[in-house]
Design a protein. Structure first.
Length: 296
């Protein structure tokens, strides 16, 4: 086959000496919102991609790995799924996955960047797949911190789909001990809080471990789980937090029973996958057990 020449490349840098290059087929949007740089592009391997501040948020061809992993372990283990809160999640895919379960009567999504929400509706409708128009969806464009301070509802599941707390990120102020305490105050007594929690690659796991150490101050059970997300070019991690439910101990048969009630078919997650997600390598278990910095 003749070699195709690409004149534009999206280069994601994970470290000064590490880069992932994506050839660009098409640029749908490139600009800046009030809060961050926003791009929507198309690539030969991953299809359409949403990029914020130079970091891949999700891609058309593997976003279900990320979003099913973020949402369904917590939903499978939850004792009450009627009322769910999503922090972030502008693409609408997290909302889509939550609303697949018939127990859900309301799902509130709070994202600070209205431009990301509108661009996702325009260019990435596959991500939300109608979720924004579901009568059970309450979509709020606003500050998640302000919402939680003003809101008095409590939720059976809270899902944090925020960007990483880098210094220039709008999510930075949402990662500290006080905010984690505020989130818990909005969680039902037997609820589950789950968050995307950076990487668990052997060379880049310090932020994940810092999150886990901090959250252990607030919850009896704090379980790490992770899987490779190809568009991210790394092992991506999550944390599930609860005072009553240890998701690492969830029975695969119970997961399969949960999945059987979902609308549509899963791409990635089931009982066997659940067991794999929570089977952590030795280096990560050692790092999580070690003492180290926490969020103040």
């Amino acid at each position: 086959m003749p070699k195709t020449e690409y004149w534009q490349w999206y280069v994601e840098e994970s470290a000064p000496t590490e880069q992932h290059h994506h050839a660009i087929d098409h640029v749908y949007y490139a600009g800046r919102s009030e809060f961050q740089q926003v791009s929507v592009i198309s690539t030969p391997v991953f299809g359409k991609m949403l990029i914020l501040d130079g970091d891949t948020q999700s891609s058309q061809n593997d976003e279900k790995i990320y979003h099913e992993t973020l949402v369904h372990p917590a939903m499978a283990g939850a004792r009450d799924r009627r009322d769910v809160l999503i922090l972030g999640g502008g693409e609408g895919a997290t909302l889509r996955e939550v609303l697949r379960h018939p127990d859900v009567t309301r799902c509130t999504m709070v994202d600070i960047d209205g431009l990301v929400v509108e661009l996702s509706k325009q260019y990435l409708p596959e991500w939300s797949d109608g979720a924004f128009d579901d009568p059970r969806a309450r979509v709020i464009v606003g500050d998640a911190l302000a919402f939680m301070r003003e809101d008095r509802d409590r939720y059976g599941v809270i899902i944090s789909d925020l960007t990483e707390p880098l210094e220039d990120s709008p999510s930075n102020i949402l990662f500290n001990n006080d905010v984690f305490g505020l989130i818990k105050s909005r969680l039902a007594d037997d609820g589950i809080y789950v968050l995307q929690a950076s990487t668990t690659a052997f060379h880049n796991l310090s932020l994940h471990c810092k999150m886990a150490r901090t959250l252990r101050r607030h919850y009896r059970y704090v379980a790490s789980f992770s899987h490779l997300v190809p568009a991210f070019d790394t092992e991506w991690a999550f944390l599930a937090c609860s005072d009553t439910v240890d998701l690492a101990a969830l029975d695969p048969a119970a997961v399969d029973a949960y999945c059987g009630k979902l609308a549509g078919e899963n791409f990635f997650y089931d009982g066997q996958t659940h067991r794999r997600l929570f089977s952590l390598p030795l280096y990560l278990r050692r790092a999580l057990a070690a003492s180290g910095p926490v969020f103040s």
